[in-house]
Write a protein that binds this ligand. Sequence first.
Ligand SMILES: [Zn+2]
Ligand SMILES: [Zn+2]
Length: 134
Amino acid sequence: MKAYEVLVNHGLKRTSCREGIISVVMSSNQALSEEEIRSKLPGNYDRTTFYRSFKTLEENKIIHKIVVDNLLVKYAFGNPVPADSEHAHFFCVDCNTVQCLDSVHIDKPQLPEGYAYAGTDMIIKGVCNKCKAP
Ligand SMILES: [Zn+2]
Ligand SMILES: [Zn+2]
């Protein structure tokens, strides 16, 4: 899928900044921070334009946020799985990368009566396959 097709599928207007952000996160095999995404963009955008495009993509669930801790916040492309089956994320303690683990689904928990569910953030910590390789 091309970056502009993602925008079209979500009924969003095509802008070069939005398309740039999408292609950066789509082609990355690990989650990226806002700064990393911005520095990889083909064009130069001021902070406001970038931030607005970024928010739009996040609100439309084209990118999703992964909070490891308050110093480490990363973003990854879309949600290949349906929104009601969330996936876990993996944080490598060696190389500090964050990846989506699409194969590790999080089941909706059974909550006490009267509680509304809003999501689960699961960060699994360990050593990734690249760092583990001899
Ligand atoms: Zn690693
Ligand atoms: Zn993810």
